[in-house]
Design a protein around this ligand. Structure first.
Ligand code: IMP
Length: 427
């Protein structure tokens, strides 16, 4: 099965970085396909602890070619400092390739994100303020600047002049703030161009060659299905598709070339930013889980909202992603929780519903219907075989599997690469 998509099943932060890092050991290519530096993929392995925002989590496997696909929006300042940080830690980044079709996050996108959030007042989306929404909007609006433009400074200057005229009209006319300087941005981006040019390639050519030669490719998603612009909790979501289908577009790998799709789910739910979350815990249990798991955003440091596992949302996510298997993460976080709840349906306007509503207003009205299972009250971080887990933990995993209607292929019981229980061959 040479092409595997790895996608977030919930609201992001499911632990994709750890799983990609682990499965990269047998991959030839890892292609990050969506989002931007709003993502924060934490990896803990023999080389140390890393928080990646743009570089694919396959970078730690010394034979893997890591591609930042056309579907990613790249803030060159962040990417440069990430590459330099990795090099300082002894990680070789010469295998990094940037798609020449990837769009760039520009300084005016950061300002626009900030101003738009402020103007939403009480209805702010809670974005990461990394300029992601404005960068994707400009891509669609044909106002974007791409990595290939960094290779032609005259083209870069032309594209920048056009975009900045538009942005400065917005900044001065609508928001009443000072315009941004063309010269400053141009000079800054010419310096990034010099730094990044050696990495920029036509990745369609590269990946076509890889697939023709039956190379093993992992497509690495960012964020999670419930933040998808079409299927997530719109408008409280992100701006590029974190789904398997988004992977096809964002990597340039056609749907019929993808052999399997692995969805990553925490064994509870978390969410950063605003928007409905039916199983959110507003009590001590939520605080306890947040403390045990240190649930604070990798990118923004914000405390994550905590909730019980939502099997309605998870089943929906399995379907829209076409998942062939699931990886459950952070099982060990529940080691000391005496009783566990799983949401099996919602009550909406007095009726029991088993689907994930499109309207945020409806989702906000949904009351979770729970099933309760006993906890296991014993540490499991050392366990490597499913049969060695306490019976309560086995039942919890099997019940989630049954409710989702998708096989669980692995379960993680600690942050390190080796803290994993393999239940079936995934890649
Ligand atoms: P944006 O992607 O920065 O525009 O933020 C839009 C929404 O997506 C906000 O609720 C963010 O908190 C959320 N979000 C974006 N990226 C991530 C991520 O990597 N993990 C979790 N939430 C994210």
């Amino acid at each position: 099965m040479p092409v595997l998509a790895i996608v977030g099943g919930q609201w992001g932060d499911e632990g994709k970085g750890k799983v990609v890092d682990q499965l990269s050991e047998t991959a030839d290519y890892v292609v990050r396909f969506s989002g931007g530096d709003n993502a924060g993929h934490t990896v803990i392995n023999h080389l140390g602890e890393f928080k990646l925002h743009l570089v694919p989590a396959g970078i730690f496997s010394s034979h893997v070619v890591c591609v930042i696909g056309n579907g990613v929006v790249i803030n060159p300042a962040v990417l440069k400092s990430e590459i330099e940080g990795l090099n300082k830690s002894g990680v070789d980044t010469s295998r990094l390739v940037i798609s020449n079709r990837a769009h760039l996050v520009m300084p005016y996108h950061l300002l626009q994100d900030e101003l738009e959030e402020r103007s939403r007042a009480g209805k702010a989306l809670g974005t990461t303020k990394r300029g992601i929404g404005p960068a994707f909007a400009d891509k669609t609006n044909r106002l974007g600047i791409r990595a290939c433009d960094l290779l032609d400074k005259a083209a870069l200057g032309e594209r920048l002049a056009m975009a900045l005229e538009n942005k400065n009209t917005l900044f001065t006319g609508v928001y009443g703030v000072a315009p941004m300087s063309y010269d400053q941005i141009y000079t800054e981006y010419c310096a990034y161009a010099d730094f990044l040019a050696p990495f920029i390639q036509d990745t369609v050519v590269l990946l076509e060659h890889a697939l023709t030669n039956k190379k093993r490719v992992i497509m690495e998603g960012a964020q999670g299905a419930l933040l998808d612009p079409d299927f997530g909790t719109y408008p409280y979501g992100t701006s590029s598709s974190p789904l398997t289908a988004g992977g096809s577009l964002g990597a340039g790998i056609a749907p019929n070339r993808i052999d399997s799709a692995l969805g990553i789910f925490k064994v509870y739910c978390t969410r950063v930013g605003n928007g409905a979350m039916p199983t959110e815990l507003m009590d001590d249990i939520g605080d306890t889980i947040r403390d045990i798991a240190h649930e604070y955003g990798t990118t923004t440091g914000r405390p994550r909202r905590i909730g019980w596992f939502d099997a309605v949302a998870a089943r929906y996510s399995c379907f829209i992603n076409g998942l062939t298997s699931v990886a459950l993460t952070r099982l060990d976080v529940l080691d000391t929780i005496p009783a566990l709840k799983i949401c099996t349906a919602y009550e909406l306007d007095g009726a029991r519903v088993g689907y994930f509503p499109a309207s945020v207003a409806d989702l906000e009205k949904c009351r979770p219907i729970y099933e309760e299972l006993p906890g296991w009250n014993t540490p499991i971080t050392h366990v490597r075989k499913f049969g060695d887990l306490p019976i309560e933990a086995q039942r919890y995993v099997r019940r989630i599997e049954e409710l989702m209607g998708c096989d669980v292929g692995m379960a993680c019981c600690g942050p390190a690469r080796e803290q994993v229980i393999q239940m079936k061959q995934i890649f």
